[in-house]
Design a protein around this ligand. Structure first.
Ligand code: PGA
Length: 256
């Protein structure tokens, strides 16, 4: 089964409104002729409306970087799924390692958010990944499967085909260290096997599994050439149109 690769930019806490419009304008031009790769961006909450407006009518998708699991309520500083669909976004990144490590999000909370996102027709990009210590201890696959099983608790097979999994080794995020294509493929294959056990083989074959962690134009092609790597979640290199477009182009070339 061929899956359309998905390259998504996680802008984290970067870009003002004017910088968002500038970057997206440049990006639209830079990837206009690429149609074999799906492209998505996750700007900060304050720039989502501007991003949706700038990208209207085009093929680049807009998503959020986080979301509360409730529809509304007394949750100071939080953003609900209703607010995200109202602004016109299409997906939401959930369980990013920075949310887990810096803001105390645990597997169960991430699972509740995934179910809420699906109930509101937002595509969850469910993040997972081991720390350096967990890799050295040989527990990578155990950690990733624990995160995924909890993150997907309650999700039905017919909802699962649309979701996206992002495997991001914590030691590779923002560090310049990247998993080798072989290391990444090994974990991706184990994730696909877990998805097949959980949802059946045909659903597992349709779920896209992105790699994340210091993806750059120079290392994207060899990662994307792996059979179970279906795209990338890109942090730092997504903040510049030329480097992000370079990753999109390398991905298109790897698939052709
Ligand atoms: P990075 O971030 O590309 O800057 O390593 C990836 C991520 O955190 O999603």
């Amino acid at each position: 089964m061929s899956r359309i690769p998905l390259i998504a930019g996680n802008w984290k806490m970067h870009k003002t409104l004017s910088a968002t419009r500038t970057l997206l304008g440049e990006l639209q031009t830079a990837v206009a002729d690429v149609d074999s790769v799906e492209v998505a961006v996750a700007p900060p909450f304050t720039a989502l409306a501007a991003a949706v407006e700038t990208l209207r009518g085009g093929s680049i998708r807009t998503g959020a970087q986080n979301m509360n699991e409730a529809e509304e309520g007394a949750f100071t500083g939080e953003i609900s799924p209703v607010m995200l669909t109202d602004v016109g976004v299409n997906f939401v990144i959930l369980g990013h390692s920075e949310r887990r490590a810096l803001y105390g999000e645990d597997d169960e909370l991430v699972g509740r958010k995934v179910n809420t996102a699906l109930a509101h027709d937002l595509v969850p990009y469910l993040c997972c990944g081991e720390t350096q210590g967990e890799r050295e201890a040989g527990t990578t696959e155990a950690v990733v499967s624990r995160q995924l099983l909890a993150g997907l608790a309650g999700v039905q097979a017919d909802q699962a085909a649309s979701l996206v999994v992002a495997y991001e080794p914590v030691w590779a995020i923002g560090t310049g260290l990247t998993a080798t294509p072989e290391q990444a493929q090994q974990v991706h294959a184990s994730i696909r096997a877990l998805l097949a056990e959980r949802f059946g083989e045909s659903v597992a074959q349709s779920i896209r599994i992105q790699y994340g962690g210091s993806v750059k134009p120079g290392n994207a092609a060899e990662l994307m050439a792996q059979p179970d790597i279906d795209g990338a979640l890109v942090g730092g290199a997504s903040l510049d149109a030329a480097s992000f477009a370079g990753i999109v182009r390398a991905t298109a070339a790897a698939g052709s």
